[in-house]
Design a protein around this ligand. Sequence first.
Ligand code: NAD
Length: 483
Amino acid sequence: MTSYDCFIDGQWIPAISGQRVDVLDPATGKTIATIARGGAGEIDAAVCAAQLAGPAWADCAPVMRARMLAAIAKRILAEKDHLARIESLDTGKPLKQAQADAVAASRFFEYYAGVADKVLGTSIPLGADYVDFTVREPLGVTAQIVPWNYPLQIASRGLAPALATGNTVVIKPAELACLSVLELVRICHEEGLPNGVLNVVPGYGHEAGAALASHPGVNLIVFTGSVATGAGVMRAAAEHIVPVLLELGGKSPNIVLGDAELADAAPTILRSAFPNSGQTCSAGSRVLVQRRVHRELADRLAEAARALTVGAGIQDPDIGPLVSAAQRRKVLDYIDIGRAEGAAVLSGGKALPGTDLENGNFVMPTILDNASASMRVHQEEIFGPVLTIVPFDDLEEAVALANGTDYGLVAGIWGRDVGATHWLAQRVKAGQVFINCYGAGGGVELPFGGYKRSGFGREKGLDALLSYTQVKNICVRVALPRA
Ligand code: NAD
């Protein structure tokens, strides 16, 4: 069994209290590691280290930061199998998905290595007597609060652009799954990232997380997690007038028009709904389908869902366990709510039969058909392998259904009529819209973030550079003073 401490100013140090938190394998319930239970004292030390390291990191030539990020990218790829194994054991996700996560993590560092020395300002014409230009400066200490569903990817998504633009970082990973983040920190250290530039304090959200969100030395808070916790983080940030970047939940629709190529759409829709057992903020967890192809699509989805294999992530099935017993309970409760609301269960609808459910958090991939706009299973983020299907008649109704939840993260649109798909794309309130695809290419290059209660601010792509820098305008009078 492995044990991990806090990483502060280049040193691994146990929690001041000496207390530790057990990390469980969600497939067996067995303890696989322990982490330090960091709290306010460790957060304070980490923020101080990040403040002290800030000026030198911000001042170093951007190309040096680019080279550091490129080295980290290469090293992540070299350790891909090791990282994926840890991620799979810790989160429960299938090994292949964990490997894809490690590749995506490497891509974040590769991508932002490429832009570290291209963070350009603008020059603004004011006439012959002035030279005016803008520079983009780092914010300083960035606090990054990371959830348990994609620890390695989400930590890399925030860390790489923060480092590229000259910020320093304190990460608070989730207590339920954070081992890959601690391994990533080791890699960064071994590749020569200067002490204090990256610090990590594992522990509980209400302890280490709350201390980080309210620390006066933090200059930007990047939070990925639930709406309720995000709102609390925003309130804490308001005390110190600190900007926040909130990546919250989703209830993303796949809108399938009557002329869509169903053989193409169905497998992608299924892959969009069930990766990581549906514990994905951008999961396509709602299908809105034009009534004339409703039956055919529902049958295709149900048949494919019944064929999915379920098991321990490390054995690389299609669907792994949910992250915790509490999460499994919540998902099973939602399935019961859906039944009671009148939805038809086409597949799954229960825990995995024949397994020791005291220990493994498995739920069968579930399709709830004939849902409607008012049902809770259609409105609320379930965060499990549950897909709802709602039929519609015309495009206006499709837009109303698509936009009829509190969320607005991603939307998929399927159809052959270019005019109809673009008409929908313009009206759907979501940060990302995919037409005849979903989540294309992992999306490191694509700006990602929410409308409405899915949050605000953008991660990924070049837009993230705006989130991690602030603009300074410098105006110079060049005319000679009159004698
Ligand atoms: P969560 O809000 O419970 O926890 C997220 C992080 O916040 C964890 O590190 C946790 O320890 C920490 N935290 C908890 N209480 C805190 C507090 N009082 N102060 C500061 N930090 C605190 O969310 P979760 O259950 O871990 O993750 C699931 C949610 O995250 C879902 O709603 C999902 O949609 C969302 N999510 C969003 C994205 C995105 O990019 N939009 C990505 C992944 C997950």
